[in-house]
Design a protein around this ligand. Structure first.
Ligand SMILES: C[S@@+](CC[C@H](N)C(=O)[O-])C[C@H]1O[C@@H](n2cnc3c(N)ncnc32)[C@H](O)[C@@H]1O
Length: 221
């Protein structure tokens, strides 16, 4: 028995994933006026991400169920006590990681989201899951909120905010990553600069694609 697969978290996640599937059409309509090329440009932009995600403020945009289970297992197996997350949204990935912290005996998860209504939803969901005591939700642009007050060492980093900012966010957290720390990045196809960095051992990482469009990396330096 563990926190992820028992209630209240298990039933809450079932409901949130169902709602996310139902909201997929809403997400499509929020960007329907943009051509595929413009959408791709916005996703890859280091400056226009506020506009893009602002349009998607009602969309949960969660990791897949499979990636959620992967996050929980990785956080458990590395005994994570300190976790940083870029991109909270409704808190679905956060629930998986916080459940792992609970089962590891406690710890701190710092997560970042600039859309105020999403911060409220995430806080409500983490409260309903009984995990809010483990989570520091930082409202605002992660380029700012994750630039201060990080734990001395970080065991696990999840990158799931604006894809073009993965290198910048990694730079903010890098000095805190302990040797063996894991970095999981979702949808890395949109961040070739990030992939080039973590796939070069000279930069202090080992890295491999894993699961559905996930890059799993480990700090070695
Ligand atoms: C793909 S969603 C995150 C989904 C979440 N990890 C989950 O699985 O439930 C990306 C989120 O990152 C937020 N975001 C994007 N860029 C950000 C930034 N620079 N600072 C803070 N939040 C950001 C967006 O508003 C959006 O809610």
């Amino acid at each position: 028995m563990n926190t992820l697969t028992t209630n209240p978290v298990a039933a809450l996640l079932d409901r949130l994933f169902e709602q996310a599937a139902a909201a997929a059409a809403e997400m499509d309509s929020a960007v329907a006026d943009l051509s595929d090329e413009e959408q791709a440009r916005l996703i890859r932009s280091k400056t226009d991400y506020l506009d893009f995600y602002g349009r998607l403020k009602n969309a949960p945009l969660p990791i897949s169920r499979e990636t959620g289970v992967l996050l929980y297992m990785l956080a458990r197996s590395c005994g994570a006590r300190t976790i940083v997350e870029f991109g909270t949204s409704f808190g679905i990935s956060t629930l998986h990681l916080a459940a792992a912290l609970r089962d590891n005996g406690g710890g701190l998860l710092i997560t970042s989201e600039f859309e105020p209504s999403k911060v409220t939803r995430a806080r409500d969901n983490l409260t309903a899951g009984g995990l809010i005591d483990l989570v520091d939700i930082r409202e605002g642009d992660a380029l700012r909120t994750l630039s201060v007050d990080l734990p001395e060492t970080v065991d696990l980093l999840l990158l799931d905010g604006a894809k073009a900012l993965y290198p910048e966010i990694l730079s903010l957290v890098e000095s805190r990553l302990r040797p063996g720390a894991l970095i999981i990045a979702d949808n890395t196809d949109y961040s070739p600069e990030y992939l080039a960095r973590v796939r070069s051992p000279a930069n202090g990482y080992m890295s491999t694609p894993f699961g559905e469009d996930v890059e799993l990396s480990m700090r070695i330096g």
